[in-house]
Design a binder for this molecule. Structure first.
Ligand SMILES: [Mg+2]
Ligand SMILES: [Zn+2]
Ligand SMILES: [Zn+2]
Length: 864
């Protein structure tokens, strides 16, 4: 042997892969999935299984039994077919020869569809020739999608079924055999019945008409049914011509849907666990197979003994059900046939949460992951996420040592894995070592240090349910004390998160490529908009809106100290800020709140952001005369927001300008004209400013905010009693029968509609009055005006009256006998019956108000 060959021999690797000649890439032309036919099963099988036993007395698997070593070895044994051990033998199939064929339950519906469509004598399709040809042409269209073909099949089945389903018996156009309806046999029998008229069609019709006038014609008369047994069906299926199979959208021969042989799966997929002593614990599949073998044996016995073929074979049904349960143990079986303990079939192995697909294949457990409760932190940038130190100590990133970071990584390695800015392990050319002090000194360029997570690391942040792509976004880590994951509230929207105990997951990408990809594709900055319709999704919410609304009020002024302080709130430590020229110079310098927003959008001269936009806020009212566009900015409610060259000229900011779900708000325009960074930094500044400002300013909600004034109370009671009176009048008319019914309604429905209308009016009216009467400082009013929380309906419900509650467009239904609540008189139609305005007569007033405030804050009543 020469040197070259020797070297070649050393390089040789032994694999399980068969040798394949390299002929370049191959193209798969088609793929076909099918069930195995009788002959295929016996061909792939190594052994025929016919004994329903497992081990002999010496605890050796019995030959021909269910654990025959030719089907693969036990944990310790050796395969009798390939002589491999448990981990090298792939396992081999066996087979059971059934005494009589049975249906495959999984294809029950398909078998029935075929039976419905074919003649039960000549096995040709029931359709007449020209219709058959037409359908076949459609089915053969290569451009028709699979779904459309399935629809076409449904049409064919329906057509055939209607032929046999008609009262007149249907004669096969080819052989003259009389076909009728095919139906599933009632449980527990899994077969099919052919409801065929006994003799020729005429007598049946005569019989039918003869008894049609009798009282119990329906119960007495029923067509004689024939059980289509598997042997006959199998013969029919074998007789079917290929063209008909094509017409019925079968990719393979239909006889494969009927089982004559059963493949016995290899032992390794149904391992036998040997217990102490002579006991063994068998897999459900093995036990099922044992029951099949037993049922098969008794059927064979029955066949030998049976004198005439006409006798119904009880063992056949038993075998059929056993095989059905082997495939799907959920099929309905009589109590006597149920196993002593539940034995799952193949369906049960695959389906459900714990099944093979959802339990083992779809879900993967991953490393470099953290999960904990989330909480808000407006001081964080929108692109950041605060990670608890405990978490950062466990999660790591493999950083390669270079001359830029060697000192940092030395320090990390010497800190070890328990002290925070440390490292988990070091991987160098010689192998893997634990993080220790001497290794820190030995650190060389090119080594990889699995260091703890640090500020600025890239992580993926996710909240379930992940419904759209913004449910997982890329943030930068900020390692912080305490135990929650924290992020800016502006990012609640895309995750649909709140802080009532929600938990979120975090993943750490492990390579530079992954990090880059994550930032570019999934970064918060690059996902401010929803791909659904281009509306901005990451935007200010809640407090941010409230404080912006209050700051930009027309009559807010700040002196130099206050204004400078507020400017410093919004920026990071050393960032420069240019103070604008004060709006009022004499007697003292004063700046407006609106000027603060000019600073917020463009803090200093070097920021080249010149925003121009106009937004109509909620409170905007049109100028009286048409065409007075120049007066828009003079809206009496200051609802016209006008930014010109990044200066806020008019308008009190609210949700339309700063919030989500608007395509021409401030952030959308920033994003459009000055890229994501400008929008993100502006959002960061707003978050910091408003969190601090509202903390100093104070903003709370209490009972006082929902206490109606004396005037309001009087107006409210007056409106309610007026409404009640109207209702009583209508009821009076109704009782006298004078109520003119509306189109399409009877009197009672008309009354109900009228009352509902009146009661709805009450709430609207009282609501209007109370919105007008409220002080502008009223907290719920402010929140509803700026769009951060609540609506006018919420407020009027808290202050004036809850109003008519409608359930599905009607008044509260009668949950009790003839009344909606037990303390109302029966059958009363008066408004009090369902007018929940009576709440303060039933409850303590303060308590009722408190409940309503909670309802307001937590959105328990949907806005109507
Ligand atoms: Mg929640
Ligand atoms: Zn083997
Ligand atoms: Zn026929």
């Amino acid at each position: 042997m020469n040197v070259q060959a020797q070297a070649q021999a050393q390089d040789m690797v032994f694999t399980k892969q068969p040798y394949i000649e390299d002929v370049g890439p191959r193209k798969i032309q088609s793929m076909n999935f099918s069930t195995l036919s009788e002959s295929e099963i016996s061909r792939i099988a190594e052994v025929q299984v016919y004994k329903g036993q497992y081990y002999d007395a010496a605890r050796i698997p019995i030959e021909g039994g269910l654990l025959d070593p030719r089907m693969g070895p036990n944990k310790e044994g050796i395969c009798a077919t390939c002589h491999g051990k448990f981990d090298s033998c792939p396992g081999h199939f066996g087979y059971i020869k059934l005494a009589l064929p049975v249906y495959n339950v999984a294809y029950r519906d398909n078998i029935m569809n075929i039976l419905k469509c074919i003649c039960k004598s000549c096995a040709r399709i029931l359709l007449v020739e020209d219709i058959r040809k037409e359908f076949l042409k459609k089915m053969r269209n290569p451009r028709l999608e699979a779904l459309k073909k399935a629809e076409l099949l449904k049409e064919i089945v329906k057509k055939c079924n209607s032929l046999t389903g008609s009262k007149k018996a249907f004669k096969c156009s080819r052989c003259g055999y009389i076909n009728a309806l095919v139906k599933k046999a009632g449980p527990p029998i899994l077969g099919f019945n052919h409801e065929r008229p006994n003799s020729n069609d005429g007598t049946m019709e005569e019989f039918r008409s003869a008894i049609s006038h009798t009282k119990d014609s329906k119960t007495v008369f029923s067509a004689p049914t024939f059980n289509l047994n598997t042997v006959d069906v199998l013969a029919l299926f074998k007789k079917m011509v290929d063209e008909d199979c094509e017409l019925l959208y079968l990719s393979d021969r239909p006889e494969k849907l009927i089982m004559e042989n059963i493949a016995v799966p290899p032992v390794p997929i149904r391992p036998s666990v040997i217990m102490s002593g002579s006991q063994s614990n068998e897999n459900d599949i093995t036990e099922r197979l044992k029951r099949i073998i037993q049922a098969n044996a008794s059927l064979r016995q029955e066949l030998l003994e049976a004198s005439t073929a006409s006798n119904r074979l009880a063992g056949w049904d038993v075998l059929q059900l056993e095989v059905a349960q082997y495939i799907n143990s959920d099929v309905h079986v009589p109590l006597s046939m149920q196993a002593s303990r539940p034995l799952g079939g193949f369906f049960q192995r695959l389906k459900g949460k714990q099944g093979r697909f959802r339990g083992n294949l779809s879900g993967k457990r991953v490393e470099y992951t953290g999960r904990t409760v989330i909480s808000p932190d407006p001081n964080l940038k929108i692109t950041e996420v605060a990670i608890p130190i405990q978490m950062a100590r466990i999660l790591s990133y493999p950083e390669r040592v270079s001359h830029h970071n060697i000192e940092k990584l030395r320090q990390r390695v010497s800190n070890g894995r328990d002290k925070y800015p440390g490292a988990q392990v070091v991987i160098n050319a010689d192998g893997i070592y634990g993080a220790k002090k001497q290794i820190a000194d030995a650190l060389r360029y090119g080594d990889i240090v699995h260091r703890h997570l640090e500020d600025g690391d890239i992580v993926l942040f996710n909240r379930q349910p992940s419904l759209h792509r913004m449910s997982i976004m890329c943030h930068r880590a900020r390692v912080m004390p305490w135990r929650t994951l924290r992020f800016n509230e502006s990012v609640c929207n895309p995750y649909n998160a709140d802080f009532d105990g929600d938990e979120m997951n975090m993943h750490v990408p492990q390579t530079e490529e992954a990090r880059t990809e994550a930032v570019m594709l999934m970064g918060v900055q690059n996902n401010l908009c929803t791909p659904k319709n281009g509306e901005i999704l990451v935007a200010s919410t809640q407090d941010f809106l409230t404080s912006s609304f209050l700051i930009t009020r027309k009559d807010t002024f700040y002196d130099r100290a206050a204004f400078s302080l507020m400017c410093s709130y919004m920026v990071d430590g050393m960032d420069p800020v240019d103070l604008p020229t004060p709006a009022i110079l004499k007697p003292i310098e004063l700046w407006t709140g609106k000027q603060l927003f000019s600073v917020l959008v463009r803090p200093h001269a070097n920021v080249r952001v010149y925003v121009n936009l106009t937004v109509k806020e909620k409170s905007y009212t049109k100028p009286n005369k048409e065409g007075e566009r120049e007066k828009e900015a003079m809206c009496p409610n200051d609802g016209f927001v006008y930014f010109r060259n990044s200066e806020l000229l008019s308008g009190q900011l609210g949700k339309a300008t700063l919030g989500n779900g608007n395509k021409d708000g401030l952030f959308s325009v920033l994003l459009r004209d000055y890229k994501a960074h400008a929008a993100a930094t502006c959002m960061n500044r707003l978050a910091k400013l408003s969190a601090r400002w509202i903390g100093n300013h104070g903003f709370s909600i209490g009972i006082d905010d929902v206490q109606p004034s004396k005037y309001l109370n009087e107006r409210r009671l007056e409106t309610i009693s007026r409404g009640y009176q109207g209702c009583h009048e209508k009821i009076k008319f109704y009782n006298e029968g004078k109520l003119p019914p509306e189109t399409g309604c009877d009197a009672a429905q008309t009354l109900e509609a009228e009352i509902t209308r009146i009661l709805n009016n009450i709430r609207d009216e009282t609501g209007k009055v109370c919105m007008k009467e409220l002080h502008w400082r009223n907290s719920p009013l402010i929140m509803s005006q700026c769009g951060s929380k609540g609506s006018p309906i919420n407020i009027s419900q808290m202050i004036a009256c809850v109003g008519q509650q409608s359930v599905g467009g009607r008044r509260a239904p009668n949950g009790f006998i003839d009344r909606s609540l037990p303390h109302f008189p029966r059958k009363a139609k008066t408004p009090a019956v369902s007018f929940a305005a009576l709440y303060h007569e039933c409850l303590n007033y303060a308590r009722a108000c408190y409940v309503l405030i909670l309802v307001f804050l937590w959105d328990l009543i949907p806005n109507q």
